[in-house]
Design a protein around this ligand. Structure first.
Ligand SMILES: C[S@@+](CC[C@H](N)C(=O)[O-])C[C@H]1O[C@@H](n2cnc3c(N)ncnc32)[C@H](O)[C@@H]1O
Length: 224
């Protein structure tokens, strides 16, 4: 799988995987999708409400969600501990072509984005005082965390492309990985996905989707 660089409707880069006929992000805007689904509907539920937030990202990919989350950590009063799972890390030449810092214009963006990508796999590093990152090179199917995360960014390729990653057993491991009171957010709002999330114990909220999508999903692991 060698993904190909594309530009989405908000001007930000994404990647297209020909073999799956799938993009890494919404073609209506990679940055707008990341901010809408993972930051506004996910991280913002927790940030500034607790001193430490543990985030698990399912699908590190281009590192866009990690970059924006790091910037939110710097701007907030919270420490974010970010764990990202990825089975197919991108090559550095492709990462160098991503235009996120040109568009986002954050202070020290290039330095932070480079640190995020330069971080070795399998050990936590401090990218900034308020943001630590541990990238794990592994299959989603092998995840085994218990009561560890406040938020899961569930950003696998769509169920139409990789149905094997939207199963009861994967969602049961997501439920187990969350602390009671934790949330999982995903751009997906398919009926079958919502039913599977419910079947493992989540309570669901349907929220307005990012550009080009009517709905997205926030799933809660309710405190007993
Ligand atoms: C929709 S993309 C994630 C986009 C990413 N969050 C970003 O901001 O660029 C899905 C990601 O899941 C990864 N992936 C696909 N199958 C996987 C598997 N079985 N285990 C772990 N990662 C997988 C892909 O390589 C890709 O990076």
């Amino acid at each position: 799988m060698e993904p190909k660089l594309v530009i989405t409707e908000d001007g930000s880069s994404s990647l297209f995987v020909k073999e799956l006929d799938e993009h890494y992000h919404s073609v209506h805007g990679a940055i707008q999708e990341s901010v809408h689904v993972f930051i506004n509907a996910g991280l913002n539920q927790k940030i500034n409400h607790q001193p430490v937030i543990n985030v698990l990202e399912i699908g590190f990919g281009t590192g866009l969600n990690a970059l924006i989350t790091c910037m939110e950590a710097i701007a907030s009063k919270s420490l974010i501990k970010y764990t990202a799972i990825e089975k197919y890390p991108l090559n550095t030449a492709l990462v160098a072509e991503l235009n996120y810092c040109t568009i986002l214009q954050y202070k020290n963006c290039d330095e932070i984005f480079n640190s995020i990508h330069a971080a070795g796999w399998g050990r936590a590093i401090s990218v900034k005082d308020s943001f630590t990152l541990e990238k794990c090179e592994m299959d989603f199917k092998d995840i085994m965390f218990t009561n560890q995360f406040d938020i899961i960014y569930f950003d696998a390729f769509a169920p139409s492309a990789q149905p094997e990653l939207w199963t009861e057993s994967i969602f049961a491991s997501m439920f187990e990985a969350l602390k009671p009171g934790g949330i999982l957010v995903t751009y997906c709002a398919k009926g079958i996905v919502k039913r599977t999330l419910k079947s493992v114990g989540f309570e669901l909220e349907a929220l307005p989707g990012p550009a080009g999508k009517r709905e997205m999903t926030r799933a809660h692991k309710i405190k007993p």
